[in-house]
Design a protein. Structure first.
Length: 208
DNA sequence: GACCAGGCACATC
DNA sequence: GATGTGCATGGT
């Protein structure tokens, strides 16, 4: 699957961000939200030169929510972002390098303990901000596997992740590209309602 | 105007 | 444990 995706689409250059901290912010803002809308919110913060841990944490919930408006769920996300910042500043002084020195399992536990960070957000931060070899599962990944009759629709996050990581080399570069390619495939060929998998470039048996 | 987008927490049964 | 619901904007 990986090879046929890579041959079809080429490198995806993920995560689209200028810094690890921007990845962290983006991974919270993109929850159930299109990336185009997340970019608008992040640009609001960049324009005001606010994309730094302590600057963001210093904003009131109301003010922060106003900047986040274009990416939807702005009240919820303002709170989630501040929850994360409280942890990130309190534990690592807002330093991505210091955080990256810790082990993967410990960091995952810490991230999941933050209200508003679930498995996908935690793994996105681990992989794309901190460069830990973790396979990220998202809605596209599950849908693609289900449409190709590889896993059932009810397979939970950990089951899907385990299936990939059992047979994959735990390599940061590979995890990065693989997930990004699955999202690319999902956006173009694997929509929620309209099954257009007839033209799906994946050379895998399909469910009718 | 309905449907969807790189989820998650919380309530209820 | 399984299922349902609220959160919200902008693009198709």
């Amino acid at each position: 699957m990986y090879r046929s995706l890579y041959n079809r689409f080429g490198p995806q250059h993920w995560w689209p961000a200028d810094s690890p901290f921007e990845v962290m912010v983006g991974s919270i803002l993109t929850q159930n939200t299109s990336w185009a809308n997340v970019e608008k919110a992040i640009n609001n913060l960049k324009r005001k030169n606010l994309l730094a841990p302590r600057k963001l944490y210093g904003l009131s919930l109301r003010t922060l929510a106003a900047y986040l408006r274009p990416c939807g769920y702005y009240n919820v996300k303002a709170k989630r972002l501040k929850n994360f910042l409280s942890y990130f500043i309190g534990t690592y002084a807002g330093g991505t390098t210091a955080m990256a020195r810790q082990g993967t399992e410990r960091l995952r536990r810490e991230l999941l303990a933050v209200s508003g960070i679930g498995p996908e957000t935690a793994d996105s931060i681990l992989l794309y901000a901190l460069h830990k070899p973790v396979f990220v599962v998202d809605a596209y990944t599950k849908r693609i596997l289900s449409r190709h009759a590889i896993l059932g629709e009810q397979a939970d996050y950990h089951a899907v992740q385990a299936m990939f990581m059992r047979t994959m080399k735990p390599d940061v570069r590979l995890c990065n590209e693989y997930h990004a390619l699955l999202v690319r495939l999902g956006k173009e060929y694997c929509h929620k309602r309209k099954p257009r998998c007839i033209q799906c470039p994946l050379k895998v048996k399909e469910k009718s």
